[in-house]
Design a protein around this ligand. Sequence first.
Ligand SMILES: Nc1ncnc2c1ncn2[C@@H]1O[C@H](COP(=O)(O)OP(=O)(O)O)[C@@H](O)[C@H]1O
Ligand code: SF4
Ligand SMILES: [Mg+2]
Length: 324
Amino acid sequence: MTENENTLPALKTRGLNLHFSTRKGTVHAVDDVDISLQKGRTTVVLGESGCGKSSLARSILRLLPNNVQLYSGQVLLNGKDIMQFSQERFRTAVRWTKISLVPQAAMNSLNPVMKIADQIAEPLFVHRMVRNRKEAAERVEKIFRLVGIPEDFLRRYPFEFSGGMQQRAVIAMALVAEPELVVLDEPTSALDLLTQASIMNTLKKIKWDLGITFMLITHDISTSSELADDVAIMYAAQIIERADAGPFFKQPLHPYSEMLMESVPVLHELKEPGSIPGSPPDLLSPPEGCRFARRCPKRYEACSRPPPMFEARRGRMVRCWLYA
Ligand SMILES: Nc1ncnc2c1ncn2[C@@H]1O[C@H](COP(=O)(O)OP(=O)(O)O)[C@@H](O)[C@H]1O
Ligand code: SF4
Ligand SMILES: [Mg+2]
């Protein structure tokens, strides 16, 4: 099937790379990443800490630190390669209005001396989406309702918000300019379980109400599984499995994904959750062959060469020689 307007993903990356230069050498934070975010669906990007999730988010939004050594590949937004856009065009035509980000630990970046409602309204003025303060206030009230912040918080400062409410506020900020795609980088990891669940429910409702596309980054399968339509597993700067959430959770295929799923504690089961022995490789000099080989109980001779992505089953991509 050729990709037409209906089947075109909201965003697709092809061979995306982001490397940093450091005193010790080159850090491969994102290596040859192909990811496809389908319209109106939530793709959960899952991986251990340090595997490159935040770097992937940054490379999609072009929010790069100074020590970038390599930034290459394609980022196709509705089929258009936004990597080719000038900084100015990217800033005015993409960031906030088409793609927005809830950065990791975003609540720490709220301005403590400015009312939250005013901070949320800021992008509206920057992008000339409102004509005056009254229109902005109406939009902010609407977005407060959407993300579940009570109306009497409109005149409050960040310190008067709980952690959960602050997180809702940064989600509101990401949504206010009505983007098509929102990238959420560990949006609930600093919060208690109950608050996490409540925010996940809100995100689910927003997805239904607005038909928005989410890329949800997390290291924690259990909080995200309910929201996931698609899953992308990241390991050592690469995507190693991509699948629909249903079949994935029933039966993960990559040996790393299998072990990851076994490490999740299951309610009402006496079985101890498994753990993955060893640690991920150093991204300063990732191994030549399969990056999971050192920890993989199924490795064999072929694994000394880097595996490409194989289509293991229809729509299921796995970076592992077992599926060659
Ligand atoms: N600006 C930077 N300079 C050098 N290394 C970095 C920089 N930012 C991130 N890294 C490294 O890149 C790797 C991926 O980091 P990150 O994307 O934050 O992973 P995750 O979000 O999955 O925890 C890590 O090894 C991290 O130390
Ligand atoms: S390629 Fe080999 S080492 Fe890598 S996950 Fe597959 S079986 Fe394990
Ligand atoms: Mg991160």
